[in-house]
Design a binder for this molecule. Structure first.
Ligand SMILES: Cc1ncc(COP(=O)(O)O)c(C=O)c1O
Length: 434
């Protein structure tokens, strides 16, 4: 029996779906196009999170629609050991955008899966098993990725992989180490690695990091930090894995966020933005790492590895980003967005900090600017008010630590749409702090 005419989606969900995280959204979305999602009555809601931070070309981009429908009619899915042109084309296109040292590609489906593969590769290559991450990280919910995820979901599932360790992420707004009045991130990093060295059994394999920690509260690594992190890894013969699920492909104003840091990671993972909303991820490494792993029998054989359909989508995503100058667009519109948010900060005491790069911005909500007390309830009220007024926003709450809006509209959003979003946010805050 289909109850869809009588019951709301939430009511239907209550009797047929597993709840896999925070409560389902109360809005019922029936359609999405460009920077907007639409409910059953046709009401438009501006999507400031690009779906789950992925739809960088907006929803149902006409050229992506065309690629999906054309590709599925010619070559959809294959035996995992078979090659196809879309896979090789996408691998070559990625390598042409990346520096030397990132020249071998494996195509998978999700972010967690790509990080699992990267960590597996690092373990095999180094012969170690210990993995270090930031204590505010999110790398996915699959095995090794979830073991290296500290922002949420650690308790209740028994032991994680032996040898998982964390250091504090450097947060300039809430500095754990001070030198005078300024954040002493170098001392913080050194202290972090002192603790790692004491805990290590001499089997360090890799450090995995997001260049901007999104779920952890849009924490931007300070200038020079990544270089120092890479040096710490090299000193210990560990690999540095960068997870650019959210920062990759133009969003931060650079094609890859690591370019901003003037380093090249040993392994790069891409996901969310690569399929621009479709499930596609990539693990990219050097020829030397690939060769040694292969000699040692590297196995990561999944049903959807090297699938032609999502690969064709990824290829079109790259083509559109380069052709339409979306990286520069993210840099330019990102400045406009940041200026709008900073102007708002002068009007509302509850806005503690604005940070991030390009079209990936964080806005931290506090109860008291001096004490920087996190304000999850106020954040939730602003989020709900925005949704009522036609703007979809997401707030990341680290319990007792921070409440940070993660603002990541599609790179194709127009200036006028961006301003509409800012105006709604401004009005929603005004109502909720009144
Ligand atoms: C930085 C980062 N890495 C990995 C993941 C996991 O990706 P997925 O949910 O596709 O497995 C996420 C998801 O939010 C993420 O933000």
């Amino acid at each position: 029996m289909n109850n869809s005419d009588k019951l709301s989606m939430l009511e239907r969900a209550a009797s047929c779906l597993v709840r896999y995280g925070p409560a389902f959204s109360p809005v019922e979305i029936h359609r999405a196009e460009g920077a907007y999602i639409f409910d059953g009555s046709g009401r438009a809601i501006l999507d400031f999170t690009s779906g789950q931070m992925s739809s960088i070309l907006g929803h149902s981009h006409p050229e992506i629609v065309q690629v999906v429908s054309g590709q599925i009619q010619t070559l959809d899915h294959l035996f995992s050991g078979m090659l196809s042109e879309p896979v090789l084309d996408l691998a070559e296109a990625l390598c042409s955008l990346l520096p030397a040292g990132l020249d071998r590609v494996m195509l998978l489906s999700t972010g967690g899966e790509s990080n699992d593969a990267a960590l597996r590769m690092a373990r095999l290559f180094t012969g170690g098993h210990e993995i270090v991450a930031f204590s505010q990280s999110w790398h996915g919910v699959t095995g090794a990725a979830s073991a290296a995820t500290y922002a949420a979901g650690r308790s209740g599932y028994g032991p994680h992989a032996v040898g998982t360790m964390a250091i504090n992420a450097p947060n300039a707004y809430r500095p754990a180490f001070l030198s005078g009045d300024s954040h002493d991130w170098a001392a913080e990093l050194e202290y972090g690695f002192q603790l790692i060295d004491r805990q290590s059994t001499g089997a360090l394999a890799a450090f995995i990091a997001e260049p901007i920690l999104s779920t952890g509260g849009m924490i931007e690594l300070p200038e020079g930090y990544m270089l120092a992190l890479k040096q710490n890894c090299e000193d210990r013969d560990m690999l540095l894995i960068l997870d650019e699920a959210q920062t990759g492909l133009g969003r931060t104003g650079d094609m890859f966020a690591f370019e901003h840091e003037h380093i090249v990671p040993d392994i790069l993972t891409l996901s969310k933005t690569l399929g621009a909303g479709l499930p596609l991820s990539a693990v990219i490494t050097s020829q030397a790492i690939e060769e040694k792993c292969h000699e040692l029998g590297f196995l990561f054989y999944t049903t959807h590895v090297s699938d032609p359909l999502p690969a064709a989508v990824g290829l079109k995503v790259l083509e559109i980003i380069v052709r339409d100058g979306l990286t520069q667009r993210a840099a330019d519109l990102g400045k406009h967005l940041a200026n709008g948010l900073k102007a708002m900060q002068t009007r509302y005491d509850c806005i503690g900090d604005i940070r991030g790069r390009g079209l990936l911005r964080g806005m931290e909500i506090v109860l008291d600017r001096d004490k920087k007390t996190p304000a999850p309830e106020l954040g939730a009220r602003i989020t709900a008010r925005c949704l009522d007024m036609g703007l979809s926003m997401n707030i990341a709450n680290l319990p007792m630590l921070s409440s940070v809006f993660r603002i990541a509209p599609p790179l194709t959003i127009s200036r006028a749409e961006l301003e509409t979003g800012l105006a709604i946010l401004d009005e929603a805050i005004a109502i909720e702090v009144r």
